[in-house]
Each structure stands twice: as structure tokens, then as C-alpha cells.
Design a protein around this ligand. Structure first.
Ligand code: 3H9
Length: 691
């Protein structure tokens, strides 16, 4: 942060206040102090006829300073400042470029006219942080645009571009140019009478209760977030006189601020950014101007799609022309989907497709800067591919495997250049899921790790650094806690009860619904692979194997734990299998509550997370949180498993594990890290801070 977050100067009759608080001009305490100083000085200066606010650097103001939340409010407060600006006798004009988000947009709405500079993005992202616009946005936007447009933006966090903002009436004019120059010109235009001004608070708006009720129903259908609902209530208060509406907004904002969802969502916001802080961050990434993908299955095609959308030329390799045609077909379908969802324009769609080349010859990959192998999970096949790549790729090319769990060190050892080898573990569908585990093997060079992170950024993914072990961060933890769901079924719960308890907790889908979607054969293959290493003391639940024996692999075969097609619902035959297996194991089913389901499942997830930290597979708790938030459908409003763990506390987690261990001492073991944390009262957040 620069020492003075605001530049105050005069250009003739125009008083200029420039926000200079890098990187995004957050409305921090320093910025608010500077703004107040500027306003007070210009209000008292008879030579100043108009005041113009603008941003230095890449944006106007990106909102309140998120780091200040929960740390006590320090005057001057943004909402009071905006009310003061709106009430001034002198006209105040806001010149917005880059981003005007949240409190930044609210500041603009309190000014007497708003000028958008081309390229501007505006919106109210507060709901994504568990908040609502708390500096007048819910009262001023409806007055300017009507309630329907306000409800389209405020409870959703949707961002719009300058032209749409002008069309909605949120901004008054659209122009081009350098913000300071535009500020001087706009100030002069106000003086000349060519740019009209008015106070937003002088406008009034009708609020139709039915429109509010419909918005609430829509928000309720989307899930358990508190903030969008309260944001809608705040918009409804725009029917009141402005002072009352603003008071209602502050009351609702405070409720959100105090809610646990807010802290979790803010953690998720920073988690997305914290993961990029890696030991290799100062290494220079290698240039990646072209990519090769080996394997045109769902994963390889998804990776190719992501790279094509990001503007990279891609060469896709398969073993036969038929397999290549299937791969191309999948990519075409993915791109068509992106076009339909408006992620791509027609022009960009066509250009992306034109960047795709296909081949059956490994030699044709030689020119690529980075190659990702995405064939099926067979170590011998992968080793063979890496030997070939070693022979044909140019020196300096990065060689990556998309394996979900195999040993990257062993793969790297097949080449004469292990420093160039790493794991890039995408999540299916790879062109949509945001997580990318960047698996650093023993000999991976720092600039190769940095290249992986640069690629993640280019593809719009959240790259997380992981170490080598079976399953890396995510799948290793998953394979542990997933067993709890099976144990609970053996002990008395039905798969539907488990899914419903965990969906109620916030997961998009429960584990059995997920298993059906992924294909039960996938789990069966993993169990077979791990069978030789399974400890005889480990409890084994054969229910999934019995379902697979019948040829039921979930959705793709029309049945699994559930029935699909015209007979939706739990599969009654599975209930029979469960009963038989319980009888075989001599288990009398017991009553299991939703709370117990969530507690056992989450405790297992956290315990394995702690072991992943102890083993150095994840660098910090926040990395585990990011993996689960961006790759495993973990509810964002719970912040991630390790953040959630802190809300329970290490002592309680140890107590739970010790209790569960009375029945299964092999599975339920207290990780030493957790035991230490319970003893000294530390949290995972403390570990994040120390890292
Ligand atoms: C609000 O306004 C409440 C009001 O209604 C009520 C008040 C009473 N604060 O994302 P990037 C940091 S709620 C503090 O990588 P980009 C970010 O952590 C707020 N820090 O850049 C990162 O730090 P580091 C509503 C912030 O170009 C660095 O800036 N506003 C803030 O990809 C660069 O960020 C929002 O929710 C902030 N507000 O994207 C806007 N914003 O380098 C949230 C960013 O140490 N921000 N940082 O990791 C964004 O959406 C994006 O940052 C933005 C730039 C689009 C602006």
C-alpha cells in the first residue's frame, strides 16, 4: 500500500480525488481517511466548483477492504462518507474504470453523476463473501434502475460491463480515455452544463412484493446461503424513505457480518489466492506457447478443451484414427457447450477449434512446449509413453502426467530429464472444474513447478501444490473419509440417508450419488489395485463389489445405489444386498442420526487432512481447503475442511476420534498433529499464518 492512499489536487475549478491504493484500490481505512480529507478540503474551497473522483492504476475502487472485516469498524465509515458526499452542495462526479465493485460501486452511486470508461466491470460481489452491499447499494441501485435489475445483480453477485451498466441507468455516460484526463473533462462538462447531475436519494422506487417473493423463492432454491436472502430483504426496503432504507440495510449487513458463513466465504476468497504463494514463486516459468495432450478420452479431451479456450494451440494424440475422431468429437461437444453457455463468442469458438491438430504419431508432438499425458491409469503404459516423450521432445519441454494417484517419481525416472517432469492432475470435466493439483516430484525443477502454476492461471484454474503419495491431496483424503460412508451403511444408515445428511450439510451431492455418477466400476478398480496392500485389520465393506457383480455401475447402466431413467429413486435391490451383508457380518443395524453421519464423515476428512499436512503432501491447511472447494464440491460457505475443523476445535476432534476408536481402533487414530494442537490450543489458521 502506498503511504497516502489518495491523491488530492486541483485543476482550476475541478477538485480531483484520485484513489491510489494498489493493487485494486480497496476502500481501506487509509483510503477513506484520504477521501474524507479531500471532500472536506474541496467543500471549503470556494474556487472548487465540482469534485471528480477517479482511480489510479487498474481500477476505480474494488470494494471495501476485505481484510478489515471482523476487526472492528474504524471511522470514517464508507456509508457515512457516501451519505456526506451525496448531500454536498457541490456536484461530485465519479469516473470509473477497471473495476467498480461493492463499496466502490456504492461510492459511485452516491455521486451526482457517473462516467464509465470502456472496459469497466461493475457489480456487487458482497454475497460471494457472505455479505450484502452495506454502503447504500441496495437502496440506490433500485432507485436508479428499478427493482428487477437490482435483484438481478445484488443477490447474485453478477458482474456486468460498462455498456450494460449505462443501458440499465446505473451509469450516465460511457467514454474512453485516461481516468484523470476524463475526470478533469467531466468536471468541466458539469460546470458547462453538458453533463447533468442529480442526487440518487431524491429518486423513489416502487417495490412489488410479488417480485420480492419470487426473488426469495429463486434464492432459496439455490441453496443455503444466508446473504442473498438478506440482500433481497434489503432491496425490498428501498420502498422506504432513504434514511430508513439505509438503516435497514446496515442492520441486515451487520447480521451478515456476524454470521459464520461470512468468515467461511472470506476464507474461501483468500484461499483461492493464497495457493499461488509457493516456495517456487520467484522461479521464472518456461514459456508455453503450445500444448500437446496424449489421450482423447473424457479427461484428455477436457484438458484440450480448456487449453483451446485459453487460446493455446493443442495437438491431440491417440492410438488410432477412430480414437482421435472420438476425442475430436468430445472437444467439439465441449466447445459447443461453452458457446451455448456464452463462455465463448462464435468467433472465439471457431478460432479455438481451428487451433486443434490431431495425430497418431508421437513425433508430431515434438514442437510442443508442454505435454500432458492423460491415458488410463496403468503404470506400465505411462512409463512407456514417458520413455517415448523423452526421445522426441525438445530439450526444455515440460512433461506432465495427469495421473490421479500414481507415483510421479517413478514416471520421471523413466526419462533422462526428471527435472522436467511433474504431475498436472485435472478434475473432470477438466474444462469446467477449477482445481488443478500440481504434483511436485522429488527432482522437479522450480521453474517447472512455476510453469505449472502459470499454466493453471492461464487456464483460469486454481493450481494447488501437492507432494507425491497415492492420491496426492484430494484423492488421498477422499479415499479415507469415503470409507466412513460405507461403514455407516453397514452399521444401520441407508445410502439415501447418508446422501441426504451430507447434502443438507451443503455438499452438492452425497457420496453414493457421486459414486453412481462417476461409475461404480471406477471405485471397484481402485479397490482391486489396493487389495494387495490392504491391512488385514482394516474393516472391509463388500456392498459396492456386490452391486458391481450384477453389472450395475451407476448412472451409465441405469442403476447403482439409485435407479435412473423412468424409475428414479433408491434401488430396492441394494437394500437387499445391504441386509445380507449386515447379517453376514453379524451386525444388528442401529439408529444413526444425520448429525452422527456428518460428524463421522467430517472427522475422518479432517484427520486425513492433518496427516497429509504432517507428511508434507500439502504445504498448508489452506491448500487442502482450496482442493476441496474447487475440486470436490465442498460447500463454500463452510470454508473448506480445515477451516471447518477450526470451528469444531482440535480437542473436540480428538475426543471424537478416541470415542469412535472404541469400536474400530485401526481406522480411527488420532493424528499426532491434531493431538499437539489439542494440547496447546492451536488452530489450523495458526498453521496457515506461520507458513
Ligand atoms: C464490500 O465492498 C462491502 C461494502 O458493500 C460495504 C462496506 C461498508 N480487499 O483477485 P486478484 C487483493 S465487500 C482486500 O488476484 P485480479 C487480493 O487478495 C468487497 N484485498 O486480482 C490480492 O492480494 P494478494 C466487495 C483485495 O486482477 C490482490 O488484491 N469487493 C480486495 O485477478 C489482487 O487480487 C469484492 O469482493 C479487497 N476488496 O482481480 C472484490 N480485492 O496479491 C473482490 C482484491 O496479496 N476482488 N484484493 O493475493 C476481486 O473480485 C478481484 O480481486 C478483482 C481483481 C476483480 C478486483
Amino acid at each position: 500500500m502506498s503511504e497516502t492512499a489518495v491523491i488530492i489536487e486541483r485543476e482550476g475549478p475541478v477538485g480531483l480525488i484520485g484513489f491510489d491504493n494498489p493493487p485494486v484500490n480497496a476502500a481501506s481505512h487509509a483510503l477513506r481517511v484520504g477521501l474524507k480529507e479531500g471532500i472536506d478540503a474541496f467543500a471549503a474551497d470556494a474556487g472548487v466548483k465540482v469534485i471528480a473522483l477517479y482511480g489510479v492504476g487498474r481500477s476505480f475502487v474494488a470494494g471495501a477492504d476485505i481484510r478489515e472485516f471482523g476487526k472492528g469498524r474504524k471511522e470514517p465509515l464508507l456509508n457515512a462518507l457516501i451519505t456526506e458526499i451525496e448531500a454536498l452542495d457541490k456536484p461530485v462526479v465519479a469516473i470509473c474504470h477497471g473495476y467498480a465493485l461493492g463499496g466502490g460501486l456504492e461510492l459511485a452511486l452516491g455521486c451526482h453523476t457517473r462516467v464509465a470508461i470502456a472496459g469497466l466491470t461493475v457489480g456487487f460481489p458482497e454475497v460471494d463473501l457472505g455479505l450484502l452491499p452495506g454502503a447504500g447499494g441496495t437502496q440506490r441501485m433500485p432507485r436508479l434502475t428499478g427493482v428487477t435489475a437490482a435483484l438481478d445483480l445484488i443477490p447474485t453477485g453478477k458482474r456486468i460491463k460498462a455498456d450494460e451498466a449505462v443501458a440499465l441507468g446505473l451509469f450516465d455516460t460511457l467514454t474512453d480515455g485516461d481516468p484523470r484526463t476524463v475526470a478533469v473533462a467531466s468536471g468541466q462538462a458539469v460546470i458547462d452544463g453538458t453533463l447533468a447531475t442529480r442526487r440518487t436519494c431524491d429518486l423513489s422506487v416502487d417495490v412489488d412484493p410479488e417480485v420480492i417473493a419470487a426473488a426469495k423463492a429463486k434464492a432459496a432454491a439455490k441453496g443455503k446461503l444466508v446473504a442473498p436472502m438478506k440482500a433481497i430483504e434489503a432491496v425490498a426496503a428501498a420502498r422506504l424513505p432513504i434514511a430508513e432504507g439505509l438503516a435497514e440495510e446496515v442492520r441486515l449487513f451487520q447480521e451478515c457480518l456476524a454470521h459464520p458463513q461470512r468468515a467461511a466465504l472470506v476464507h474461501a476468497f483468500f484461499a483461492e489466492r493464497a495457493v499461488a504463494k509457493i516456495p517456487e514463486k520467484d522461479a521464472t516459468p518456461r514459456e508455453v506457447a503450445s500444448l500437446a495432450v496424449i489421450g482423447g478420452g473424457t479427461m484428455g479431451s477436457g484438458i484440450a478443451t480448456a487449453a483451446l479456450i485459453a487460446g493455446l494451440p493443442v495437438t491431440l494424440m491417440e492410438v488410432s484414427d477412430e480414437a482421435l475422431a472420438r476425442g475430436r468429437g468430445t472437444i467439439e461437444k465441449n466447445l459447443a457447450g461453452a458457446l451455448k453457455r456464452r463462455k465463448l463468442t462464435e468467433e472465439k469458438h471457431d478460432a479455438a477449434l481451428a487451433r486443434l491438430t490431431t495425430t497418431t504419431a508421437v513425433d508430431a508432438l515434438a514442437g510442443a512446449d508442454l505435454v500432458i499425458e492423460a491415458v488410463f491409469e496403468d503404470m506400465d503404459v505411462k512409463k512407456e509413453i514417458f520413455r517415448k516423450l523423452d526421445a522426441v521432445m525438445e530439450p526444455g519441454a515440460v512433461l506432465a502426467s495427469n495421473t490421479s494417484y500414481l507415483d510421479i517419481d517413478a514416471i520421471a525416472a523413466e526419462t533422462g530429464r526428471p527435472a522436467d517432469v511433474l504431475g498436472l492432475h485435472f478434475f473432470s470435466p477438466a474444462h469446467i472444474m477449477r482445481l488443478l493439483e500440481i504434483v511436485v516430484a522429488e527432482k522437479t525443477a522450480p521453474e517447472v513447478v512455476a510453469t505449472g502454476f502459470a499454466l493453471a492461471k492461464r487456464l483460469g484454474k486454481v493450481g494447488v501444490r501437492a507432494g507425491v503419495c497415492d492420491g496426492f491431496i484430494g484423492n488421498r483424503i477422499l479415499s479415507h473419509y469415503r470409507k466412513v460412508a460405507d461403514y455407516l451403511v453397514m452399521d444401520g444408515a441407508s445410502p439415501q440417508e447418508i446422501d441426504s445428511a451430507l447434502e443438507d450439510f451443503g455438499f452438492a451431492m452425497g457420496p453414493f450419488a457421486v459414486a453412481d455418477l462417476a461409475g461404480l466400476d471406477i471405485g471397484m478398480m481402485t479397490r482391486k489395485r489396493l487389495a494387495p496392500t490392504r491391512d488385514p485389520r482394516e474393516r472391509y465393506v463388500p456392498i459396492a463389489d456386490r452391486i458391481c457383480e450384477r453389472g450395475w455401475f451407476g448412472r451409465k447402466t441405469g442403476q447403482g445405489y439409485y435407479l435412473y431413467g423412468d424409475r428414479e429413486g433408491p434401488n430396492p435391490a441394494v437394500a437387499g444386498i445391504i441386509e445380507e451383508e449386515r447379517a453376514e457380518a453379524g451386525i444388528t443395524p442401529r439408529e444413526i442420526t444425520d448429525d452422527e453421519i456428518v460428524e463421522r464423515y467430517m472427522t475422518a476428512m479432517i484427520a486425513e487432512g492433518a496427516r497429509v499436512l504432517e507428511d508434507g503432501i500439502a504445504q498448508r491447511p489452506v491448500d487442502i481447503d482450496a482442493v476441496f472447494l474447487f475440486g470436490y464440491g465442498f460447500p463454500r460457505f463452510r470454508g473448506g475442511p480445515m477451516f471447518y475443523a477450526d470451528t469444531i476445535g482440535a480437542a473436540e476432534l480428538v475426543r471424537r476420534i478416541e470415542t469412535y476408536a472404541e469400536d474400530d481402533a485401526f481406522f480411527w487414530r488420532v493424528p499426532p498433529l491434531l493431538a499437539r494442537m489439542a494440547a496447546d490450543g492451536t488452530t489450523f489458521a495458526d498453521l496457515d499464518e506461520r507458513a
